[in-house]
Design a protein around this ligand. Structure first.
Ligand code: ZN
Ligand code: FE
Ligand code: FE
Ligand code: ZN
Length: 266
C-alpha cells in the first residue's frame, strides 16, 4: 500500500535546516514517497522576532525553491505550504500570508507559550525550571485549541511538543486534550503524526498514543510528517507512524491541495 504523504519538511531559509528542496524531493523518491509538502517556518510580522525562520522578504524565494523542485521532479507530487506559528493576535498577519501565494495548506504550530519562550528551543531550557510542567501543558493546549478555532490551519503540528526534552506533565491532561481535539474536529483541522519526536529526548512520535486514541474516538483526521530538517530525514520512521495510526484504528489520512481536504487510505 502507498505511503501517506510527508507534509512536514523545511529548507535552509529557516537557518537551522540543510539541503535544498530538490535534495529533499530526490530523497522522497528514494524512500518510495509519491507525495510530499514543504512547510518551512513562516516569516513573522517582525523579522527580528527570532532567528529561526525566513525573512519576510524571502517568501518569494521560498516559493521559487519549491517550484524548482516541482519542475525537476514531475513524477513526485510536491505541495507548497508553511508551518505557521500561532500566537494570539497574529491572525491578521497569518491571513495576509495566506493571500500572498497559492498555498496547498498551512500547518499551525505552537512553539511559543509566551512572546519570548519557544518551548522547543534548547537555549531556553532553563525556563522549564521556573514553571511547573502541568502549567506549561495547560498553556500549550489552550493555545493549540485557540489555533484550531481560528480556522486558519488545515493541520495542527506536533500536538504535544512540550515533551520534546523529556518533560512530562505532573497532572492528568485528559481534559486539555479533549478540549483541543473537540475544537480540531469542529473546525475541520487534522493533527499530524510527526516522527521528529523519535529523534528527540522524548523518543516518541508527536502526539502520544493517548492523544491519538482520543483523536480517533472524536474522528479527528490525521496527516503524516517527518519534520525533516535535512534530506536524509524525509519519510523517516514512517513505518512506526503508520503502525501507531493503525493500532489506534486509523485507516485513512488527508491529502491536501489548494487548501482542499481529501480522505485517502494509507
Ligand atoms: Zn525547525
Ligand atoms: Fe514546529
Ligand atoms: Fe517543522
Ligand atoms: Zn516542527
Amino acid at each position: 500500500m502507498a505511503l501517506p504523504p510527508d507534509y512536514h519538511m523545511h529548507t535552509p531559509l529557516c537557518h537551522h535546516a540543510s539541503g535544498e528542496p530538490i535534495d529533499y524531493a530526490r530523497r522522497a523518491l528514494e524512500v518510495g514517497l509519491t507525495e510530499i509538502g514543504f512547510s518551512d517556518h513562516s516569516p513573522m510580522m517582525r523579522d527580528d522576532f527570532d532567528d529561526w525562520r525566513m525573512f519576510n522578504s524571502q517568501l518569494d524565494e521560498y516559493v521559487e525553491k519549491v517550484r524548482r523542485a516541482q519542475r525537476e521532479f514531475p513524477q513526485l507530487t510536491i505541495r507548497l505550504a508553511l508551518e505557521v506559528d500561532y500566537l494570539p493576535g497574529h491572525e491578521d498577519w497569518i491571513r495576509d500570508l495566506a493571500a500572498r501565494h497559492p498555498w496547498d495548506y498551512f500547518i499551525g504550530s505552537v512553539h511559543y507559550v509566551s512572546e519570548d519562550w519557544a518551548i522547543d528551543n534548547p537555549n531556553k531550557l532553563s525556563e522549564w525550571k521556573k514553571r511547573d510542567s502541568f502549567e506549561v501543558w495547560t498553556i500549550y493546549f489552550d493555545l493549540l485549541t485557540r489555533a484550531a478555532e481560528t480556522g486558519l490551519f488545515e493541520i495542527i503540528g506536533h500536538a504535544d511538543l512540550p515533551k520534546k526534552f523529556g518533560h512530562r506533565p505532573t497532572g492528568d491532561c485528559t481534559p486539555l486534550y479533549e478540549r483541543f481535539l473537540t475544537a480540531a474536529k469542529r473546525h475541520n483541522c487534522a493533527i499530524e503524526l510527526n516522527t521528529a519526536g523519535l529523534r528527540k529526548d522524548c523518543k516518541e512520535i508527536y502526539p502520544s498514543r493517548q492523544i491519538l486514541e482520543l483523536a480517533f474516538e472524536k474522528n479527528v483526521p490525521i496527516t503524516f510528517g517527518s519534520d525533516a530538517h535535512a534530506p536524509g530525514e524525509v519519510g523517516m520512521n514512517f513505518a512506526e507512524a503508520i503502525q501507531l495510526a493503525r493500532v489506534v484504528g486509523y485507516k485513512e489520512c488527508w491529502k491536501l491541495a489548494a487548501r482542499k481536504r481529501e480522505m485517502v487510505r494509507f
